[in-house]
Write a protein that binds this ligand. Structure first.
Ligand code: ADP
Ligand code: MG
Ligand code: ZN
Length: 631
């Protein structure tokens, strides 16, 4: 998912500040003109002089000022206040007005009586409030009205006054009708989540023993495989409240808003526990901060930090579980995946043949099918489709039936719907031709078979030719029997054998090789090179480390370019040759192994093509006898 083009976070504030400054400038100059234009402040003595000279005919006495007018007319009493802002109280500009700071001088009254100057006091009280309203409250109200209008017009604001308010969709307990039975084809993910439901239903069971309830579960998988659906099903099964929010909802214009939202969300959720917080599209806020060194996004970073803080801030006994979903696990900040946060990751993969049939069955429950419809056949021709694609096909088939004036959906409607969908999916390289599938099946069978007959190798857990969405076309999963802190030379060579097995099988079966092994070869070369440069496993540099790790605290996570090379060109050449020699020898070894088991290879390939995934049991049934002999 690409970043939405977004205005930088400070634009709104910048605009507001400029607006405020301009507004204040205008206001004060208006005030200045209204109050100051035709009056001047003079010394008290001069004020008296001008009364004595008869220039001032009328004096207004005020707590703060005495104002002398050269006209005799009094302003109407209905306007007790003075300026600023009320032009009626201001004498005509041509009349000079004198103002002075009052001094308690009894002589002044005498002087004014003498000179027949009319004088009167103006009470401040009644005028003051109106004055304040006119000169401050009104302009400020005006200021806010215009500001909001401009913010809306320029699209900068809109939720200025809802800062920090939550957009989470809160679904109360009992409102969710989704159940695990509505989800199919993702059995492993379901299995893991059943446990989460159990946690939510009876946390005592786990806390009594002293176990910690997981805080965060991350659903990882390609789009449309049912991650959101699974999260709802968990809430539905556990019958707890469900707070749903998309990662994009946290990302806002103003720095701090996203963080405030996170805080608010967790506060609400804690009040409602036990409950589930579901953050869909976690990658929108969870992008790695590391890649952001230059020009990082402050807002997103703050939001992410707040999320981490909140996740650390509650313990496993509070009955709060955070589910999140992403289809870009590769971009997530590693801090999110640490223990105590999203330490459980559940893979939600595209369904295999049996899974697809089950999903089709779920979605056609509400559709009237002709008895001749064979959903298994539909499933067979939808390899690579995700759950959402299948739901779409059922719907499309129903529409086609209606368009054709039929009351039941026929098989041909399904196939027409598939055809319509395939074209689109092929562009996204989710659907493969039979030829490509065959190559992938042979390749993966090769990996698995070499693994089965390499004694140092981990047992094969799963083989699949369903594209995984993260680059790999198929995959062979091996489960380590134990954590390995040290690896022997034989085990490293075994790893190389298994990695080469894919290409060897293609070579054997088709007599030609493909690009499908590219990432295997990268790993092979990496292992072989490290054997020589890091582990001292070559003839010439036995027990010598040729590379120096680039020290510092993050030393171990530094990518290879940061390693310091401390050897000559000649040594480099030796390393290259040695790497090539190792791969060549291992290739020959793997080829010999697979050539001796050609029939087995073909059988695995055939079954894999049929079922698309083989689990440990199915695989061992096939290789069983000969493997036991081998061991
Ligand atoms: P994701 O969140 O992984 O992108 P969704 O959960 O939004 O996918 O799936 C979209 C729709 O596709 C679901 O509402 C459901 O109708 C259908 N769907 C997807 N996966 C499955 C599945 N495994 N089983 C049943 N229906 C599915
Ligand atoms: Mg989703
Ligand atoms: Zn491979």
């Amino acid at each position: 998912m690409a970043d939405k083009p977004k205005k930088p976070g400070f634009t709104g504030w910048k605009f507001t500040v400029i607006y405020l400054v301009v507004f204040l400038a205008i206001m004060s100059s208006v005030n200045f003109f209204l109050s100051g234009k035709s009056s001047s402040t003079i010394d008290f003595s001069e004020f008296k002089n001008r009364i004595a000279s008869g220039e001032i005919k009328r004096v207004e006495l005020n707590e703060n000022s005495f104002t002398g007018y050269i006209t005799e007319k009094k302003p109407p009493q209905s306007l007790p206040f003075q300026f600023p802002l009320d032009p009626r109280a201001v004498p005509a500009p041509q009349d000079p007005v004198y103002r002075t700071v009052p001094i308690n001088d009894p002589d002044l009254l005498k002087l004014m009586d003498e000179k027949k100057v009319s004088y009167y006091a103006v009470s401040q009280q009644s005028g003051a409030i109106l004055n304040v309203i006119l000169s401050w409250v009104l302009p400020i109200a005006l200021f806010i009205v215009i500001w909001r209008f401009l913010m809306k017009r320029t699209g900068l604001g809109g939720n200025v006054l809802s800062v920090g308010q939550n957009k989470a969709v809160i679904i109360a307990e009992g409102d969710i009708v989704t159940r695990f039975s509505d989800v199919a084809g993702v059995d492993e993910a379901k299995e893991e989540l059943v446990e989460v439901v159990d946690f939510l239903k009876s946390p005592e069971k786990y806390t009594a023993i002293g176990g910690k309830i997981p805080k965060g579960v991350l659903l990882v998988g390609p789009p449309g495989t049912g991650k959101t659906l699974l999260a709802r099903a968990v809430a539905g099964e556990a019958s707890v409240s469900f707070f749903r929010m998309s990662g994009a909802d946290f990302v806002e214009m103003f720095v701090g808003v996203g963080a405030a939202r996170v805080r608010d969300l967790f506060k609400q959720a804690r009040d409602k526990a036990p409950c589930i917080i579901f953050i869909d599209e976690l990658d929108a806020i969870g992008k790695s901060r590391i890649n952001n060194v230059a020009g990082g996004n402050d807002e997103r970073e703050q939001t992410l930090n707040q999320l981490l803080v909140e996740m650390d801030g509650f313990d496993g006994t509070s009955g709060l579980i955070i589910l999140a979903a992403t289809n870009r696990p590769d971009v997530l900040d590693p801090a999110l995946l640490r223990p105590g946060r999203f330490d459980r990751q559940v893979l939600v993969d595209r369904p295999d043949l049996a899974g697809r049939e089950a999903i089709l069955r779920i979605h056609s429950k509400t559709v009237k099918l002709s008895s001749a419809v064979d959903l298994a056949a539909v499933a067979r021709s939808t390899s690579g489709f995700a759950g959402a694609d299948l739901a779409n096909i059922v719907n499309e088939a129903a529409l086609l039936a209606v368009r054709g004036g039929r009351v039941l959906v026929e098989q041909k409607d399904f196939f027409e719907a598939i055809e319509k969908t395939v074209a689109g999916l092929q562009k996204k390289s989710r659907v493969m031709s039979d030829e490509v599938r065959r190559v992938i099946a042979v390749h993966e069978s090769g990996h698995a078979l070499v693994a089965a007959f390499t004694s140092s190798s981990d047992p094969v857990q799963k083989i699949s030719i369903i594209p995984r969405g993260f680059g790999a076309l198929g995959y062979t999963l091996q489960m380590p029997v134990e954590d390995r802190y040290i690896v022997t030379e034989a085990e490293l060579l075994g790893k190389i054998d298994v990695l080469l097995g894919g290409r060897v099988a293609e070579d054997l079966v088709f007599g030609q090789i493909s690009t499908g092994a590219a990432s295997d070869l990268t790993k092979v070369t990496d292992i072989a090179r490290k054997m020589i440069t890091d582990y001292g496993m070559s003839e010439r540099f036995k027990n010598t480390a040729l590379t120096q790790r680039g020290g510092g605290m993050i030393g171990d996570t530094l990518p290879d370019p940061f390693l310091r090379r401390e050897y000559s060109e000649a040594t480099q050449q030796y390393i290259d040759e040695e790497v090539a020699r190792i791969t060549e020898t291992r290739y020959a070894h793997a080829r010999e192994l697979l050539a001796g088991k050609r029939q087995l290879l073909d059988r695995i390939t055939a079954l894999l093509l049929e079922k698309e995934t083989l689990d440990e049991k199915e695989f061992n049934e096939l290789v069983g006898v000969s493997r036991r002999e081998f061991l």
